[in-house]
Structure formats: structure tokens, C-alpha cells
Design a protein around this ligand. Sequence first.
Ligand code: SF4
Length: 293
Amino acid sequence: MLQQTQVKIVIPYFKAFLLNFPTLKALSLSSETRVLKSWEGLGYYRRARNLLATSKILINEHNSKLPKSLINIKKLPGIGDYTGNALLAFIHDQPTVAIDGNVKRVFSRIINKNENKIDFNKLIETNKKNLFKTNRNSDFAEALMEFGALVCKPKEPECPNCSIKNTCKYFKSNKKFKQTKTLNIKVKNYNIFCYIDKMKSKIALKKKHSLGFLDRFYLPPIRESYDNKKIKNWNFHSNFKNSISNKKLNINLYYKFSLKIPSQHRWFSLKKNSEFIPSFTKKIFKQILKKNI
Ligand code: SF4
């Protein structure tokens, strides 16, 4: 839940999620619709699906226990190196580190070297003996992340009060390295086509898209566009911007009134639906309702 989302926003979702699904078994027996509904508003819905799929696998194939090796844990849906190592440390107390942005920054400052020039797995492997001197591996893995978030902060690290300043090359060096971040942001243009039943304030949505995101979610028909030409038989509604993961979306919204539902579509209310609707689709609703047509 915390991916790209602040703790204070996640807390009410987390509490509600645990009330809805108090045990692994309860989660595994839930419908996807119910799990998605409780995730509504958090975005990155693939995580909710993966969590549900993982709960079923753990119940059915692992006697409700999390595997103890990185290779096996990574076979679970949605679990890569970062989450796998975090789980091995937090749940099984294994000597391992979840390498997130905070941890990378701490290590790169300790050796005073740009993150892009460090092979973190190799660095940890080589320094294993010195790193894992504790028998509280779970606390150590979490402490490293917290240390990066609270002490060795991205801007203005708390060096004078830092307990490892005497071994930190960044602190001691007169030639501190400069961090250069490479952001891989892609700008994409899309045309979205809205069939609208004006009398009933409804919109036609369908599930199948050829997009690389929001796979299997309800959206109006959407196509990547390469120019801003007028589109025959469609009225231009508005342009808006949105961001999904590392994509910046530039969207042209088109509409036409229709009483007949196009094939493979379903009508949804533009105002209120009991069914789960992803935030991206809700933004389209909001955009349509903003301008009287
Ligand atoms: S001395 Fe400063 S830069 Fe070095 S680890 Fe501590 S907070 Fe980070």
C-alpha cells in the first residue's frame, strides 16, 4: 500500500483492509471485486490482485507460511527483489537488506559515491560480515530504511548528530559526490472516447484495452494518439493531464450522445457506482461533469 503513497494516507486504508480481511484465509476466500473495492483510491491496483493471488498460493501450496528463500518467495505474484528481501528480514529475521531509495542513499553517502555507480547487491555481499553483526536482522533492515528517511535525509542530512559520522566518507570528505538522478518519465498522448446517455447521466465503459496499464479495468475506449487532429463523428470535450507510475498522460477527451450501448460495453453512472471504479476512470467522470455538454 505504501508504494508511492504517504503513510498518513495509507493508515485508514490499512485499518479498513485488516477489518475486511482479518486473516490470510479470509483474504484468500474473498472475491477480487471485494478486494479491489477496499483498495479503491490507492491506485496501482495490480498490487491488490497480486496480494489476493499470493494469499491463495500461500494457503493452498505453502501451508499458510511464507517461503524462506528469495528464489521461492519471488515466485509469488508481484514480489521482486525489494519486497522479497524485506519479507525475509521482517518475517523470517534473515540477514538481508531491502534496497529502497533511502537505503541506497545511506550506502552511497557512507562510501561517498554516486548511486548510479554502485552495484548494491555486490556491496552488501562483500560487506556481509560487517553489516550483519546483529541477531536482530528484522530490526536492522527496518532501521536502515528509517535511518535514511529520518537522519540521512535526501536534503540536509543530520550529520552533526549522526552516530556513524566518523565512518562516513561523505561527512568527512571535502569532495562530496553530487547525486544525479535519472528520471525515466515518459509522456504519452491518448484519445478517450465517451459514449454518454445524457438523460440518465451514464457513460459506457469496457474492460479490454491494449494499454500497458489499468489492464482489465473499466475504462471508456482509449487509443494512443500521435496528433491533435479533429476526429470524425466525435465532439471534442476537453484536454487534461494525469500521471500513472512513470507516465505523464496528455489526454484528449471526446464524446458523443448515445442511447444504445456499444457492444462489449456496460453503462455506469457518472455520479455514483457501487462497483469498483479505478481513480483514473473517476477522473474522466469528473472531467465530463465539470463542463456542461
Ligand atoms: S554523517 Fe551524514 S551523510 Fe553520513 S550517514 Fe550520517 S547523516 Fe548520512
